[in-house]
Design a binder for this molecule. Structure first.
Ligand code: SF4
Length: 266
């Protein structure tokens, strides 16, 4: 049986083979420095990138809407999202990781993006942060099987550090490009309670000025659900440096989820 690094290497090789050649404008899209580097060899500049090229838009339009299906259902959305090329993240991720859960779920949990384990498995919240979420939901009296879980961004953004693929935060363009998928999921689900996990989800849905550190655990108005609130992303609890800090943050997280539980019971 292939180990995970072999599978990863094989997957990357297949993606490289399948991926279109990176256009010159892609270098420009990374900024003037990248554009200059693209026309240089080590130690010697062959040519200067023209100013206009450095400002040019990449070939990718940063918009998932052209990939939405004509007839919207959860199945058609999932199928169409698997072929989304709405932003450059499809070139990095193994696959689209769409939301999962009961079609009639009253609780919807929205995170930032899939992580390494989710990218490889194709399922949301199955890695360490997902296991912590399961435990916290259970402590708050909520069964994960009663919820629908998804992310604002459907492809894993990552950077290679040694043998590890480190999480890379999606930028504002990538979030905006991917939002049409989440909006359609929410239109179909019409949740009673929406919980944003982390600042990326909270700002994308509840407003760019939303501050999780200040407003976490407090119900706010959101047009797409009867009730909405935000809390931290479970991965932020795992990143705490000491076990005491992790315990404290986990307790606060469970307290926020209990608010969601009360709203569900309400
Ligand atoms: S991250 Fe979203 S918009 Fe970008 S390619 Fe993936 S599904 Fe499409």
């Amino acid at each position: 049986m292939a180990n995970s690094s072999t599978r990863r290497a094989t997957g990357q090789a297949q993606r490289v083979a399948a991926a279109p050649a990176v256009p010159a404008t892609r270098h420009a899209a990374r900024g003037p420095a990248a554009a200059r580097a693209a026309v240089s060899t080590p130690g010697r500049v062959l040519a200067r990138a023209p100013r206009a090229a450095a400002r040019a838009e990449p070939a990718t339009p940063y918009d998932a809407r052209p990939f939405l299906p004509a007839r919207v259902s959860m199945a058609s959305l999932r199928e169409a999202a698997a072929g989304c090329r709405g932003c450059p993240l499809y070139l990095r991720g193994t696959q689209t990781v769409f939301g999962e859960g009961r079609r009639n779920a009253r609780l919807v949990l929205v995170g930032e993006q899939p992580g390494d384990a989710e990218d490889l498995s194709g399922h949301p919240f199955v890695g360490p942060a997902g296991r912590l979420l399961d435990d916290a939901l259970s402590s708050a009296g909520i069964a994960r099987s009663d919820a629908y879980v998804t992310n604002v961004v459907k492809h894993f953004k990552w950077e290679q550090r040694g043998k590890r693929r480190l999480h890379g935060k999606p930028n504002a363009r990538e979030v905006k490009a991917c939002l049409p998928w989440l909006r359609k999921e929410l239109q179909l689900l019409r949740p009673q309670v929406l919980v944003c996990l982390g600042a990326t989800a909270a700002r994308a849905l509840l407003g760019s000025g939303f501050k999780v550190s200040v407003q976490r655990g407090k119900p706010v108005t959101f047009a797409g659900a009867e009730h909405a609130l935000a809390t931290v992303h479970p991965s932020s609890i795992l990143r705490q440096l000491t076990s005491e800090d992790r315990r404290r943050e986990l307790a606060h997280f469970i307290k926020d989820l209990r608010v969601a539980g009360r709203l569900l019971a309400g």
